[in-house]
Design a protein around this ligand. Structure first.
Ligand code: IPD
Ligand code: CA
Ligand code: CA
Length: 266
């Protein structure tokens, strides 16, 4: 992809995310339908679906030969990252959207032959755009984010983790998570994977640990944290695969390897 194509793509992706955000804000003033997907906690609203359709129509009209992977099923059946692939979560943090009317984001990551080109995470109610452009840095509302600090000890870190992983569960040894919680400075849980990545890039949390995320939860965030020297892998240190579900350990690179010792998969 040449520079002209790249800058055109980035501009269009931003136009789409701003417009989609306006539509969410206006639609959420009116009553809307809420449904469940795989289980009673897995929520989806008609606004998730209409936002995804809107984003996909816009991409298809500007870039008909690009592929689209999206959460609510309106995208393509993407089985490889060859070519240009848009990976979309129309509303990341649907539970927050429904219950709190804030703390949710639109996430768009664009990859070209498997390499992240641009990641956009838009905090809709806060009107904040986190942006990462491969090789050009990460930005919050247009202001460049500094590289993450190299001076960091685990005892001084704040980690994003859902309390679900500290009670007995099928995937993780919770005893080791209890020890991690004792050893770090504090924990936070924001309810939007995309925002947790954005907050790592901003340096306001140091890590995010979770056991099952889909490609659209992480596609944009990965590009953004890479630009400030963050690191994201599966919790066992293996590389993430954007064609599958993954466990995720995203962190300031300095402490990434130290967190791994606290994570034991069942
Ligand atoms: C969810 C959020 C949540 C994370 C879940 C995701 P959704 O995405 O990112 O923070 O814990 O695993 O599925 O369903 O709101 O798009
Ligand atoms: Ca999501
Ligand atoms: Ca979603």
């Amino acid at each position: 992809m040449d520079n002209f194509e790249k800058s055109n793509l980035i501009d269009e992706a931003k136009r789409i995310i701003f417009k989609a955000s306006e539509q969410i804000k206006s639609h959420m003033q009116r009553p809307y339908e809420i449904n469940t997907k795989q289980d009673r906690k897995d929520l989806v609203t008609e606004i998730d679906e209409s936002t995804e359709k809107f984003i996909i129509e816009k991409i298809r009209s500007s870039f008909p030969d690009h592929k689209i992977m999206a959460e609510e099923g309106t995208g393509d059946d993407v089985t490889s990252l060859d070519g240009t692939v848009w990976i979309i979560d129309p509303i990341d943090g649907t539970m927050n959207f429904i219950h709190q009317k804030r703390f949710f984001a639109i996430s768009i990551g664009v990859y070209h032959n498997g390499e992240g080109i641009v990641g956009l995470i838009y905090d809709v109610m806060d009107d904040t755009l986190y942006e990462g452009v491969k090789g050009e840095g990460a930005y919050k509302n247009g202001k460049k984010l500094p590289e993450l600090t190299k001076e960091k000890e685990l005892k001084d870190t704040l980690i994003g983790i859902n309390s679900f992983w500290s009670v007995p569960n099928r995937r993780l040894n919770e005893e080791k998570i209890h020890q991690l919680i004792r050893d770090v400075r504090g924990t936070r849980s924001y309810g939007s994977a995309a925002l947790e990545f954005a907050y790592i890039a901003e340096g306001i949390i140091d890590a995010y640990i979770t056991m099952r995320l889909s490609p659209w939860d992480i596609a944009a965030g990965l590009i953004i944290i890479n630009e400030v020297g963050g690191k994201a892998t599966r919790v066992n240190g293996e590389p993430l695969d954007l064609l599958k579900e993954n466990s995720v350990l995203a962190a300031n690179e300095v402490v990434h390897s130290r967190y791994i010792h606290y994570i034991e998969e069942k």
